[in-house]
Design a protein around this ligand. Sequence first.
Ligand code: ZN
Length: 561
Amino acid sequence: MIWIRRLPVLLLVLLVSSAVAATPEVRLVLQITVDQLRGDLPLRHADQFGKGGFRYLLEDGIWYSNAQYRHANTETIVGHTSLATGTVPAVHGMIANVWLDRDEGALLYNVEDGRYALLGKDAGVSRANEIDPTQRVARSQGRSPAALLTSTFADELAARHAGRSKIFAVSVKDRGAIPLAGASGKAFWFSKASGEFVTSTYYYDRVPKWVTDWNEADKTRRYADQSWTLLRPLEDYQFGDRDDQSWEIDFPGYGRTFPHPWGEGSNKYFTTLLTLSPAGDELTLDFAKTLLLAERLGQDATPDYLSISFSSTDYVGHLFGPSSLEMEDNLLRLDRTLAELFRFIDREVGLEHTLIVLSADHGGPEAPGYLQELGGSQQYVDPEPLSVEKLNPRLREKLSIEVDMVKATFHPYVYLDRQVVANSKRDLADVQRALAEILEELPHVSTAITATSIEEGRQGDGPISEMVAANHYPKRSGDVYVVFRSQEFINDFDGLVVAASHGSPWRYDRHVPIVFAGHRLKGRRISRPVTPYDIAVTLANVLGIGAPSGAIGEPLIEVTR
Ligand SMILES: [Zn+2]
């Protein structure tokens, strides 16, 4: 009766195999990025959230409360590309929102590409109402992911399924969508010039009909002549008695206190003002829902990918700072937007078939004015002494030379004119060092690190220099990396003034939330230190596919089990 004695083993095998079969397949990977959502902000407001949004993530998700980037330049394109590729800018190449194109001798915006024209209504529209200082640099409205140097999670998914996985990325910002779509997916972003979602000829020959239909429905119209008002009674807010803070930005017609009017639909700033409020996220969600239905994402066993990057938190943080009534209301409204997204995904795909990950591209600082009220002495950094015009005479004097060697400055780098340096027969490393010494004498500069010292591996082994090195890609990075003192930064970009600006290697700019949810994951809070580079590797592990080509992250074992 051997077969009877084997029965328990057989049963066990049957039980195990049925348990495996019962684990639902992942039909959709939903990657959410909240621009400038510092790691502690959702926890600060945890008691105020409603049902199904952040509360769902906090209770049913695996929440990492100590996730930090390990690169120095905590800017939008750098963070989004790190989320997509699982690696640092030294490897993926997106070292800054703007860098000096040494071949062209001109500044370059990260995803600009004159070969791939913008597809949508705003082609040729004046950029007069562009309030994003980095976008002002772009010489062309053409966009592509050509500057990404390594593959993304989305690219690996495309390769695994021979292109059958549907891959899309959406954001108000082009740089919030393009890196996540990778080379293989399709990206859409919001044109502030036209109030429509646009793409480029890199992705399509013609705009899909559902996009045209969405744009023609003119969903921005319902915000015309309306205002951003508080979601709840004033007494429900932690910052309810601080609506009018002196350091907040009084954007023309928008003001420093609630209600913030969006103005008439014909006002040239109307669509820009929508993005400076939770309305930008609401429009992004509406477009993403239409996309999911039109493209039938998550409907079969071949996993699809949707990236949604919400930008309102970043704009609100820049204008009002994280400790403001505006940020508090923005987060409560973002919570509602997330709840609506999860309800929609559950209905159309099923949360058990959806692997959700939410993180941020960077954190953000407090406004110096806020810290001063609490006893601090932080100041904004005056950009003038860092200008080409001011640095050149100082470098001429220091090196006893007749020529101007500083070519350009754009956060966080100062660039030398390498041709002028070569012609002068001076050693590049010596000139870089002299420039760094001049920069380090400036009042708000904490440290200035030269490119040569990084390339020769002698930048120093402190944590800041390691993160500056992790940001260094020789063909694009500048000659000197400038780090300001903690909680100090430039707030005036050619007359565009902000209350708070991220981009530093300090912890508040590197600290972001990471939370995985859906796909029958069980809620946990994890405090061990992890990095956002782990996300792409973890997603690849769960799906059993290859990790992106430059990935340095580790799989998060609480998720991969
Ligand atoms: Zn920002």
